[in-house]
Design a protein around this ligand. Structure first.
Ligand code: SF4
Ligand code: SF4
Length: 496
């Protein structure tokens, strides 16, 4: 008896004693299988092309974590853009929630990397070497012989090759293809970290796609476990029309003079179970193991076609629709998710539109006194921290102003009219800024001409720095307070 039929209880892929049932799916053809294959090919194409294709002189996708710079489709981001990633993540999560509430686990069945790589790259290897499901099951029951050993070695060698391919494509996203080629030429010892990553990923992918497979979805993946709270009666999911299908039973011809038994359209052929990647029986209702791959729809449609019955015994339908015939799209959770997407996406678009090529911070360097007495002047010291977020070097003009006649020193050595700072791509620079004011003048401003009044700090304007990127003309202004010592420190001294 095939393993899948040995009365699984908790999960279709597990026996009552907890041991695993090896699932060998039957091949199936149909409209959903066709469109899934098209989407899988497109996704794998994008995955491989991402680090290969150049846009604006950089790879279309290059996540340079080591240098904390990220190239995405002609745009460059760095660590300061983390909040953009956060907004993108929020938009993505709310979109997945909305799609799940509306159309079930479309993500799992159509675009999840686990499904895409397994069904597009690894399952075909299994079919190529082991043949059809029936043949593979028969072979599994045979004792080990030369043919079986050779097939086992060939299949696992091909799995390993494929796992190495996926692992190399993954690492290329983080190191770029030209750098990766150089690393391969120079050998693993010269580039130990990427080599170890590639080896570890190859082993993980091999383990996952050759053996672990559907267990990842039904045991590990948290998204699968959340389905009961993400779906409702109106979610359009893969459903079996039990009103039409039951009572199920094999086709039997009525004996002459007898009435044919009353049967539903389900002929209990179990094709829907044999093609299912988790060996689940959709006729028992929607279960956590259903990955919404739609293979059972195609399988059942094939059967219905042969029997000259209408297709769609298994189809995309909501529970509500199956019982009342009505499909409802708009409901509170859809509305809430849609609003959340609009807010997150709006914030993301606004942030991207307002994103600038550089960042600058103005602060007092730590470990310094807020003011310094030097000769007849009081000095305040600041630091401008400039971050160039571009993939090219940039020049910035820095100017600062305070009180009329105050001494302004930007950088070292002192520059009178605008300091020019050169900053390398994706780098930062710290430029010191000093502002000096005559003590006597400060005393007059803060305590009045007689120096006897109440201290008026509010009278002092802020120190303002103006930073302009000379390539893009973007301009930023930063300001900070000027701090003065108490009255006694402002008194002119004998030696002054
Ligand atoms: S494939 Fe269709 S007819 Fe066959 S067992 Fe499944 S639901 Fe019934
Ligand atoms: S029940 Fe149908 S849709 Fe769900 S995983 Fe199995 S074959 Fe795919």
């Amino acid at each position: 008896m095939p393993e899948e039929e040995k009365a699984p209880t908790i999960m279709s892929s597990m026996r009552p004693d907890g041991s695993r049932v090896v699932i060998r799916t039957a091949d199936v053809k149909g409209r959903y299988v066709f469109w899934r294959r098209v989407i899988f090919a497109l996704l794998i194409g994008c995955y491989v092309a991402g680090p290969l294709v150049n846009i604006n002189g950089n790879p279309a996708v290059f996540l340079d974590v080591a240098q904390r710079r990220f190239f995405l489709f002609g745009n460059t981001f760095n660590a300061q853009d983390f909040w953009i990633v956060l907004l993108f993540g929020l938009t993505f999560i709310f979109t997945i929630l909305l799609i799940t509430a509306w159309r079930g686990r479309l993500w799992c069945g159509w675009v999840c990397p686990q499904t895409v790589f397994l069904e597009a790259l690894f399952r075909p290897i299994e079919r190529l070497v082991d043949g059809s499901r029936e043949k593979a099951q028969k072979a599994a029951l045979q004792p080990w012989g030369m043919g079986k050993v050779l097939r086992f070695i060939l299949k696992h060698a091909l799995y390993l090759l494929m796992a190495a391919f996926v692992a190399h494509a993954s690492v290329a996203l983080f190191v770029s293809v030209p750098a990766y080629i150089t690393m391969v030429q120079e050998g693993p010892l010269a580039h130990l970290t990427p080599f170890i990553w590639t080896a570890v990923l190859t082993v993980l992918f091999f383990f996952n796609f050759a053996w672990f497979r559907e267990q990842f979805c039904v045991v590990l993946c948290p998204y699968g476990r959340m389905q009961s709270v993400l779906h409702d009666q109106d979610s359009v999911v893969i459903s079996y029309d039990s009103k039409r299908g039951e009572p199920r039973g094999k086709l039997v011809k009525a004996k002459p003079g007898e009435e044919a038994p009353q049967r539903g359209d389900c002929v209990d052929c179990k094709r829907c179970i044999y093609v299912c990647p988790t060996a689940m029986d959709i006729r028992g209702g929607l279960q956590m193991e259903c990955l919404a791959c739609a293979q059972c729809i195609d399988a059942c449609d094939e059967v219905m076609k042969k029997l000259n019955k209408p297709q769609g015994l298994i189809r995309y339908a909501s529970q509500q629709e199956l019982s009342t015939g009505k499909r409802r799209f708009l409901r509170p959770r859809i509305f809430i998710y849609a609003v959340a997407i609009l807010i997150a996406f709006g914030a993301l678009s606004f942030s991207l539109a307002k994103r600038q090529s550089f960042e600058v911070l103005m602060f007092r360097p730590s470990g310094f006194s807020p003011w310094i007495l030097e000769g007849s002047k009081i000095y305040n010291q600041y630091e401008l921290h400039l971050v160039n977020k571009q993939s090219t070097a940039a020049t910035y003009r820095i100017e600062a102003r305070f009180l009329e006649g105050a001494e302004v020193i930007i950088g070292l050595p002192k520059v009178e009219a605008g300091y020019l700072a050169e900053v390398e791509p994706f780098s930062s620079a710290s430029i010191p800024l000093r502002i000096g004011v005559e003590r006597e003048r400060l005393k007059e401003m803060l305590y009045g001409s007689e120096g006897e009044g109440e201290r008026k700090d509010a009278i002092l304007p802020a120190v303002r720095a103006r930073i302009q990127n000379l390539q893009t003309q973007e301009l930023k202004e930063r300001s900070a307070r000027f701090l003065s010592p108490g009255k006694s420190a402002l008194q002119p001294k004998e030696r002054d």
